[in-house]
Design a protein around this ligand. Structure first.
Ligand code: TMP
Length: 208
């Protein structure tokens, strides 16, 4: 694979979507062939899966399988072909979210998640994973202060989101060469500088 695969991760209200968008824009302005995509919902089929995930009442196992179905299509139709063409692929969430939310948050069997995930992602793994980390309650308060909709968060509760955060941090500790952990409570500008510094270590992405 000639391209570069960069993933943004984080809990609710961490600001990862804002940063992923801004970073993709920055790369394009610098002349890189970059695409921004996301999970769930990075393909038209995935968009339908996303609607189901966000609105239907599902068991934890049904939910897990839908995330994998979304990923399988996303990898096959968007991520792999783009990497083959030498693009920089930026994804707003990927496998670490399943490990954190369905494994850490919901407590589903980690080994089974890893096996199914390996099949869904077809062996693809990010070159860099950028984690926007922060205390879930503080991130929620910040979002509430901005008048954002909090439904998702309130439904699952603080303990769930703390387990999600712990799982992300554990994954980052286990693979420090791939992960960058950034304090999500800092300003958008500060976080953005750290995102750039994180990616700048990749030889193939010369940010000058
Ligand atoms: P978003 O907030 O980034 O749009 O993601 C939608 C929700 O999906 C968010 O609450 C995290 C959740 N999610 C999982 O639970 N497992 C996964 O594998 C992925 C990709 C997302």
């Amino acid at each position: 694979m000639k391209g570069v695969f960069i993933v943004f991760e984080g809990g609710e209200f961490s600001g990862k979507t804002t940063q992923a968008k801004r970073f993709a824009q920055y790369l394009k302005e610098k002349g890189f062939d970059a695409i921004l995509t996301r999970e769930p919902g990075g393909t038209p089929e995935g968009q339908k899966i996303r609607e189901r995930l966000l609105h239907e009442k599902l068991t934890a196992w049904e939910e897990l399988d839908l995330f994998f179905e979304d990923r399988r299509i996303h990898v096959a139709k968007i991520i792999k072909p783009s990497l083959r063409e030498g693009k920089i692929v930026i994804s707003d969430r990927f496998s670490p979210s399943t490990i954190a939310y369905q494994g850490g948050g919901r407590g589903l069997d980690q080994e089974l998640i890893s096996e199914k995930d390996y099949a869904a992602r077809n062996g693809i793994w990010p070159d860099k994973i950028i984690l926007l980390d922060g205390d879930p309650e503080k991130l929620r308060e910040r979002a509430a202060g901005r008048g954002e909709k909090l439904a998702n968060f309130e439904n699952l509760g603080f303990d769930f989101h703390s387990r999600v955060r712990e799982s992300f941090l554990k994954q980052a500790r286990e693979n420090p060469n791939t992960w960058c952990v950034i304090n999500a409570l800092r300003s958008i500008e500060h976080v953005f500088q750290e995102v750039k510094a994180c990616v700048a270590v990749l030889e193939s992405v010369n940010l000058g």
